[in-house]
Design a protein around this ligand. Sequence first.
Ligand SMILES: Nc1ncnc2c1ncn2[C@@H]1O[C@H](COP(=O)(O)OP(=O)(O)O)[C@@H](O)[C@H]1O
Ligand SMILES: [Mg+2]
Length: 251
Amino acid sequence: MIEFQQVRKRYANGHEALANINFTVERGEMAFVTGRSGAGKSTMLKLLALIERPSDGEIIVNGHQLNKITPRQIPSYRRGVGVIFQDHKLLNDRTVFDNVALPLVIAGAPHREINRRVQAALSKVDLLSKLRQNPGSLSTGEQQRVGIARAVVNKPPLILADEPTGNLDPELSLEVMRLFANFNHIGATVLIVSHDQLLVEQLGQRRLMLHEGRLKNAPMVRTTGGLPPGVAPAMPSVNPRSAGRNPGAKR
Ligand SMILES: Nc1ncnc2c1ncn2[C@@H]1O[C@H](COP(=O)(O)OP(=O)(O)O)[C@@H](O)[C@H]1O
Ligand SMILES: [Mg+2]
């Protein structure tokens, strides 16, 4: 679903945020990107969301070679990628319903479909009862869930989240991570950036560890099971966990 080949990102000021990045995330997998502040985690997601372009290398997402996607094709590409930011960027002068409906409205979906999909998304994050409220009247955890509902309302095959639990307490954080696991179970590929080592370890999924713009582990290393870092294969191969798990499941 995601493939980075020799990817490098140097920003206009000359700062090299990512260097020599190679990894694969299989379809149907859920994985984490960890690393300290400044390690390049957000840059990695920005490249996947086509907010930034790599300086070198190739990124392939769901069969698309990203460097071949023209500016005109970006909106259509983005409909297949649900992105959740840390500051959820909700519109406070509109209802929860309208916030979640936004991607569908922009895509020109018919009214009935918008209604149906928004209610389905809000029900998945357990917020159906709040659909007429404005996000400002909700708790931080609820606002974060509105952001998640908006990201998944299109049923994207790929979900990216940048520090989605950054402002939440440990209990709410685990709840939000379980939500992502649920989307993963029904077929979505999920890549989550987090610097919360403890939380990520609890979840026991594969971790890509970034350190100063470089991947510190080969792609097969996991928090539980899997190979210890010293013996990880240098090249990514099929992930045994996701390989047999309904990779083509309809969502
Ligand atoms: N637009 C930009 N221009 C120049 N440098 C940037 C830009 N965005 C990020 N950086 C730098 O790139 C490095 C990685 O940033 P980022 O990907 O945001 O890290 P993380 O999300 O891991 O904290 C940091 O040193 C940051 O200051
Ligand atoms: Mg960041």
